[in-house]
Ligand binder design. Structure first.
Ligand SMILES: C[S@@+](CC[C@H](N)C(=O)[O-])C[C@H]1O[C@@H](n2cnc3c(N)ncnc32)[C@H](O)[C@@H]1O
Length: 308
């Protein structure tokens, strides 16, 4: 299972749910029991709780560390048993309870029809068998099944640093090649739903626009510093090394054992990319000091719904 840090999830979801328009097909207002599968740190789970005031909301994830962060977020922590490392109660921003528990998306610890909405965000793209997961969503739902999945192949970046869009495109391309699941599912989410036996499948594309411009927030400055240090690339180092260096993910290399594909001595390998990336980051930092740096990243995501 691919692991994510709480910091990565917080950074990449920032501002995503300022507009809740994309959640309209989920009919959140009238829901009674809502399940967020692969909830991570609960970024979407808290939004679901806020938008479905009548519902009991539950988040489930396979990663106990992320669940602990989810439980401690919200209004500052609900009074509950903190002795359970794999679950417990958290809350949304206005203090409504959210229950969290550990579980596998393909073997959910709930009876048939226990929820009237089962939803996930950025989970299917990270699973080796997304159809099995959606089939399981359909088992525990009595009504709607939904997925919010980004299309990583269609991300667009513009920047005042000339090299940034092409470097980002190179990193994205290598990441997609090096990752072992379908992180750019796009339209195929509909096929996954249909294959899992979900009916009336509908999908709509939305865009999450992330803007960096003066005056910079603390978070913007941290992101720029992460570019300059190379830390931003390290989030996906395993996948990038697999694609660029022929690394098998366990430290072993394919081919002639030298870094860099096709025995090129690493000129196109991870370390070379990291060098170019850091140079780009230093230029972004220089521009930011003069309040000249601007960047817009647009991440398309598909909201797919269907009935059981
Ligand atoms: C990209 S993160 C998305 C987290 C959250 N939904 C969000 O969008 O902020 C993918 C999440 O799926 C979880 N995950 C991966 N495989 C899983 C599985 N088989 N069962 C349950 N959770 C899983 C990971 O632990 C991680 O929290």
């Amino acid at each position: 299972m691919r692991r994510f840090t709480a910091d990565y999830l917080e950074r990449t979801r920032r501002g995503m749910w300022e507009s809740r328009e994309a959640l309209a097909p989920l009919d959140l207002d009238g829901r009674r029991r809502v399940l967020d599968v692969g909830c991570g740190t609960g970024e979407l789970t808290r939004v679901l709780a806020e938008e479905s005031p009548e519902a009991a909301v539950v988040g489930v994830d396979a990663d106990a560390d992320l669940l602990a962060t989810a439980r401690d977020a919200g209004d500052g922590g609900a009074p509950d048993d903190r002795s359970d490392p794999e679950g417990g109660r958290g809350s949304d921003r206005v203090g409504r309870d959210i229950d969290y528990c550990a579980g596998d998306a393909t073997r959910l610890p709930f009876p048939d029809g226990a929820f009237d909405l089962v939803v996930c965000q950025a989970l299917l793209i990270n699973l080796p068998d997304p159809v099995a997961a959606v089939r399981e969503f359909a088992r525990v739902s009595s009504d709607l099944v939904a997925a919010v999945e980004p299309d990583n192949a269609d991300v667009e970046v513009t920047s005042t640093v000339n090299s940034e869009p092409s470097l980002e495109a190179r990193v994205r391309e290598a990441y997609i090649a090096g990752v072992e699941t379908d992180v750019a599912m796009g339209d195929r989410v509909c096929e996954v739903f249909a294959e899992a036996g979900v009916s009336g499948v509908e999908s709509r594309r939305y865009r999450h626009e992330k803007r960096v411009e003066p005056p910079y927030s603390e978070a913007d400055l941290t992101d720029i510093a992460r570019k300059a240090s190379g830390a931003g690339l390290a989030d996906h180092e395993t996948e990038l090394r697999r694609a660029l260096d022929g690394d098998d993910g366990n430290g072993a290399r394919s081919g002639n054992g030298e870094p860099g594909r096709n025995g090129d001595g690493g000129r196109n390998g991870y370390d070379a990319l990291r060098g170019a990336w850091r140079e780009m980051g230093r230029e972004a930092a220089r521009q930011a000091q003069n309040r000249e740096y601007e960047r817009v990243e647009t991440v398309p995501f598909d909201v797919t719904v269907g009935r059981v």
